[in-house]
Design a protein around this ligand. Structure first.
Ligand code: PXP
Length: 240
């Protein structure tokens, strides 16, 4: 069995920065800490509304991190940036302006020409293309037909229901097996936390997990003591 890869999504480092539109915390500094801690890749989502990660962040990250997974919708301006910066991986996601976070997988019931064109252009730019989709066998078949090497299974339903019953986990396992049988690389993510990730990480066909909010949330907590101690030191030191 291949070891599971962890890609850390650092969007919410930028969310904190954008709350003040200042220059801290710096996503690049966070990315370096993630890599030093053992992350196999760094994921960012350049949204059409630029609510967290900005173009300049992607530019800096592309030149600095070992493995960049850029999430993007099919909007032309973001696609142009992706094609110019050629991230290692590009994960195509659906986007709705009013959503708090990516709410569902791509609708592949009638793959739009724009999606096909986005896949083709990213592929030509040398990015490994992945499609973020729901764990549905018919959707997986369409993803396979679209010719991508990888898919990311949306784990949102699992994240909402894992404490009630095991159905969503079973659905993920079945989808992961089906995708792997067709030769697709299987990734997964969304809503995974320190408490619910283990059963998903144990699914043998899943080779990459993308986790963001829970890690950034935990980072705030495990870093709070050191951060306050440093400021106490600075403030008290001022009158010495
Ligand atoms: N994978 C994809 C495609 C996403 O859009 C997101 C959220 O940006 C994640 C994984 C990570 O989700 P979370 O922040 O809930 O860990």
């Amino acid at each position: 069995m291949t070891p599971q890869r962890l890609y850390v999504n650092i969007d919410h480092v930028a969310t904190v920065r954008e709350a003040r539109r200042t220059n801290e915390p710096d996503p690049l500094e966070a990315a370096r800490l993630c890599e030093a801690a053992g992350a196999d890749g760094i994921t960012v989502h350049l949204r059409e509304d630029r609510r967290h990660i900005q173009d300049a962040d992607v530019e800096r990250l592309a030149g600095a991190v070992r493995v960049l997974n850029l999430e993007l919708a099919t909007s032309p301006d973001v696609l142009a940036i992706a094609c110019r910066l050629r991230p290692y991986q590009a994960t195509i996601v659906p986007e709705r302006r009013e959503e708090v976070t990516t709410e569902g997988g791509l609708d592949l019931s009638r793959p739009a020409p724009r999606l096909r064109d986005t896949i083709r252009r990213l592929d030509e730019a040398g990015a490994r293309v992945s499609l973020f989709i729901d764990p549905d066998l018919a959707v997986l078949d369409t993803a396979k037909d679209l010719g991508v090497p990888a898919i990311e299974l949306h784990t949102g339903r699992y994240a909402h229901t894992w404490q009630r019953d095991g159905r969503a986990l079973e659905e993920l396992s079945r989808a992961a097996r089906h995708a792997a049988d067709m030769g697709l690389a299987v990734h997964a993510g969304h809503g995974l936390t320190y408490r619910n990730v283990t059963p998903v990480a144990a699914i043998p066909q899943i080779e990459e997990l993308n986790i963001g909010h829970s890690i950034v949330s935990r980072a705030v907590m495990v870093g709070m003591r050191a951060a306050v101690e440093e400021m106490v030191h600075v403030v008290r030191g001022a009158r010495r």
